[in-house]
Design a protein around this ligand. Structure first.
Ligand code: DGY
Length: 420
């Protein structure tokens, strides 16, 4: 009888929050429910604000932010990996205060209008990049949009470095060869690749991730750096200059750094080129057939930024015509699809958009996304400072009372912590 009463209470609570017909089964601290035909996992059932999370997130600190802000949290358990707008709208229902969404979702007019109609006041992308979000559509509806900067830097740079090494030293080709049982003995000519030591690494985009990658390649392999970015990165330049002095002091050839005026100079000069730019109209197909042709015949091209920065069909043609040219790709133009022929190129190392996939980073991203939504719903000011680690690492009792990163804070006239 008591169990039946508890179940009934849970059912009416879900119904109260979603305004819809549901069924529910208790499971540990969270419960499972079907909201408007969409399966969800419910946390903090009695919270007064309803927050929808479109995918399960790693870690549990993120949940504490939302629970502390009196949010009832519904995590979508729909089996589709990429949710359609129709499913997301179904999930939002008629009452939804905030959403944590994914970079695979199309957050434009349709979804922000549905969120507004459901009374939504906050959205955060679970990503630092937000090219899947039409921010002006959210701004027009008074909805702050959060992202998750500052926790992806080293993790993403490490994967770009891993792709560089794997491509230069043909690690994946050799692995496939071994597994196929083809290894019959050591040979002087087996899987000969490129040495990186003392060569030149080029980066396009010297922001946080680009600079971290550049340091890894310069320090790890004593490479010279040539970079293209509209803004000079003086800190990076100084770092490399000092490292060069240290090497000189030790009697080793020093490393050098040079910022160049055109991207073409990077492409012509570098043995390895890694992309670290945002995706926008100016960077779509930044690497095309003409620019590929400018690169060294045995260069390595790495992309852990966004797929459409490379004309992928042109890259496939280039890989086929130049077997010594190699690439390492974490992202794809028509993700999750690959352009025809790419999977058949042994000189391409391809991984499924995992550059930020370290546990620390992925749970840090969850924390920042949740803190964005919780902060906005609590009426806190916006942090928008480079150092976001207090949100991720401080004890929960002393985290800043702020929304860590709101990209349209200025347009919405939101208060910043400094002027709060
Ligand atoms: C981001 O956060 O933009 C990354 O692409 C996720 O890996």
């Amino acid at each position: 009888m008591a169990l039946a009463r508890a179940l009934l209470a849970a059912v009416s609570s879900v119904a109260r929050h979603s305004g819809s017909k549901i069924s529910i089964a208790q499971r540990g601290l969270a419960s499972s429910a079907i909201v408007n035909g969409v399966p969800v996992e419910v946390h903090n059932d009695s919270g007064s604000k309803r927050v929808v999370v479109t995918k399960s997130l790693p870690g549990d600190r993120w949940l504490q932010y939302l629970v502390n802000a009196d949010c009832r949290v519904e995590v979508c358990k729909h089996p589709d990996i990429i949710l359609s707008n129709a499913t997301i709208k179904q999930l939002l229902g008629t009452k939804c205060d905030g959403v944590i969404g994914q970079l695979t979702e199309d957050w434009g007019e349709e979804l922000f209008e549905a969120l507004r109609q459901a009374g939504g006041k906050a959205y955060s992308n679970y990503a630092v990049g937000y090219n899947n979000v039409k921010v002006h559509e959210a701004t027009q509806r008074g909805i702050p949009v959060g992202n998750t900067p500052g926790v992806l830097t080293e993790t993403t740079a490490e994967l770009a470095a891993a792709l560089t090494l794997a491509a230069a030293r043909r690690v994946v080709e050799a692995d496939v060869f071994m597994r196929a049982g083809h290894y019959k003995g050591w040979l002087p000519t087996l899987f000969v690749g490129q040495l990186l030591q003392n060569k030149t690494v080029g980066i396009i985009g010297a922001g946080r991730i680009g600079a971290a990658y550049a340091r890894m390649m310069v320090e790890g392999h004593k490479m010279n750096l040539v970079y293209y970015d509209p803004y000079p990165n003086k800190q990076l330049e100084e770092y490399i200059r000092l490292y060069g002095e240290l090497l000189r002091h030790r009697g080793e050839p020093p490393v050098a750094v040079r910022r160049v005026e055109t991207m073409e100079e990077v492409l012509q000069e570098a043995d390895v080129v890694s992309l670290h730019c945002n995706l926008d109209a100016s960077t779509r197909h930044l690497i095309n057939a003409k620019r590929l042709a400018m690169m060294k015949k045995d260069a390595v091209l790495v992309n852990a930024a966004r797929g459409p920065c490379i004309d992928e069909a042109a890259l496939v043609a280039h890989l086929k015509a130049n077997p010594d040219f190699r690439c390492g790709l974490d992202v794809f133009e028509d993700e999750p699809a690959m352009k025809p022929g790419l999977a058949d190129c042994p000189n391409a190392v391809i991984v499924p958009h995992i550059a930020s996939a370290s546990m620390w980073t992925r749970s840090g991203m969850a924390t920042l996304a949740a803190a964005n939504v919780a902060g906005v719903l609590s009426g806190y000011p916006v942090w928008n400072k480079v150092d976001i680690l207090p949100f991720v690492e401080k004890p929960m009792s002393s985290v800043p009372q702020a929304a860590p990163s709101i990209v349209n804070a200025k347009e919405l006239g939101l208060k910043l912590v400094a002027d709060a």
